[in-house]
Design a protein around this ligand. Structure first.
Ligand code: AMP
Ligand code: MG
Length: 408
């Protein structure tokens, strides 16, 4: 059985080798900046001119010729001002200075800015109390970015900082890849929709909801199907419907029980599987393959298993379908608060709470009843990752911590 790292690597390898984003579109960032968040740039975005486009002062003060203030105190004649949005029209002559504001252009002839704190005004005369070196408090034209330089490479995931750059260079209609459509299909005779009251032995279908949210959080668009009963004909129809989207994520029906039909139906439909088990708990029965030229994931039905395996295995595939480089599996390190004893053989993902204390990060495993106990996740902002060979971990040891997305 593959380790979760190897399984994730396999998903990335297959997805990269066989899939590209479907198409591109533009997002108008002036109308809907938030709508661009998490999208992937489909073209290189270039600077439309030098940044800054002029020598810019980064302080309020006076623009001077540094040679004039080699000896201080020194009196200079204030001959005008330069404020953000306009400039002093002439060239600074020897013995002159110009009042200048943050963001304003440095006038011709000046080569330094003296902060207002180090000057004294007497009418038109300014006394400078500190020497200045050429370049002080000035950002040179083109030093942040040169005209035509790539400022946002294709494949970048757009966050608020990238949006700031896009706005700055005038890429108002931002070219991005279309979001992949990911079908979500929960299976199980016991499932009723979340807005219905279940009978004594039925349960509400929570996986469709959490998986759809994870799909959206990953940058794709969920298409919720089903749920499907554990009956071949209906299940086959819904699987075939799901295979029309860019990827299909199933939950349930991948274990060894009599009514676990998913793998067989996929095989009959021509699926090729790359793994049908991963050495983790929760999540061991997870399967991954390609069926009718689409990526297919069969995740275990227990809610925590579905959540964990989605994060580990499906997220990087969505990255590739979205036109991005697969996100690294980001693990933190923290000191565990209590002893842990886990059976070796599988990597364990234990719901846990990480805290950032004055003495550094700590993490506490939470009480839980196993992979069906999604209630335990409400208080969990992460999972402690216990390696396959780690049997005993002592309080105070450093452990790997896998954050629950959005909660740290
Ligand atoms: P399975 O993987 O189909 O054997 O399901 C394992 C466990 O997860 C069973 O207890 C199911 O009732 C539960 N389960 C399966 N699908 C869902 C779902 N969509 N929502 C909530 N729980 C589920
Ligand atoms: Mg089932």
């Amino acid at each position: 059985m593959l380790s979760y790292q190897a399984a994730r690597g396999k998903v990335i390898e297959i997805a990269k080798a066989r899939f590209r984003p479907r198409s591109t579109e533009t997002v108008d960032i002036t109308r809907d900046p938030a709508g661009a968040l998490g999208r992937i740039a489909s073209e290189d975005i270039r600077a439309d001119r030098d940044y800054p486009s002029f020598d810019r002062s980064i302080r309020d003060g006076i623009a001077v010729r540094s040679a004039d203030v080699a000896n201080v105190p020194m009196r200079l004649k204030a001959v005008g001002e330069s404020k953000a949005g306009s400039s002093y029209p002439a060239t600074l002559a020897q013995g002159e200075c110009v009042h200048i504001m943050t963001g304003a252009p440095v006038p011709a002839g000046a080569d330094a800015v003296v902060m207002v704190e180090y000057t004294k005004a007497e009418g038109d005369w300014m006394t400078v109390e500190r020497t200045a070196r050429a370049g002080d408090h000035i950002v040179r034209a083109g030093s942040e970015a040169r005209a035509n330089q790539i400022v946002i490479p294709r494949g970048t995931r757009i966050g608020y900082a990238d949006l700031s750059v896009a706005a700055q260079v005038g890429a108002a209609k931002l070219p991005v890849f279309t979001r992949p459509l990911v079908a979500v299909l929960a299976t199980g005779d016991e499932l009723v929709p979340a807005d219905e009251k279940p009978g004594a032995y039925a349960i509400r279908n929570s996986n469709s909801i959490s998986l759809a949210a994870q799909v959206a959080l990953s940058g794709a668009e969920p298409v919720i199907l089903g749920p499907a009963p554990d009956r071949e004909r209906e299940l086959r129809e819904l699987i075939e419907r799901g295979l029309r989207e860019d990827a299909l994520v199933l939950s349930g029906g991948v274990s060894m029980g009599k009514y676990d039909l998913v793998e067989n139906i996929l095989l009959e439909a021509g699926a090729e599987f790359y793994f049908d088990g991963v050495a983790i708990r929760p999540g061991r029965p997870a399967v991954f393959g390609i069926c009718k030229d689409k990526l297919v994931f069969g995740l275990p039905g227990n809610p925590v298993s579905a959540i964990v395996t989605f994060e580990l295995l499906v997220t990087p595939a969505i990255d590739v379908l979205s036109g991005a480089a697969p996100r690294p599996l980001a693990l933190f390190r923290a000191k565990v608060t209590h002893d842990l004893n886990e059976k070796p053989g599988l990597a364990h993902f234990l719901p846990a709470k990480m805290k950032f204390t004055d003495d550094g990060p700590t993490v506490e495993a939470l009480r839980w009843q196993g992979s069906g106990d999604v209630v335990a996740l409400v208080d969990a902002n992460c999972f402690i990752v216990v390696g396959t060979t780690q049997e005993h971990i002592s309080a105070g040891d450093w452990v790997d911590v896998f954050p629950r997305r959005g909660s740290i």
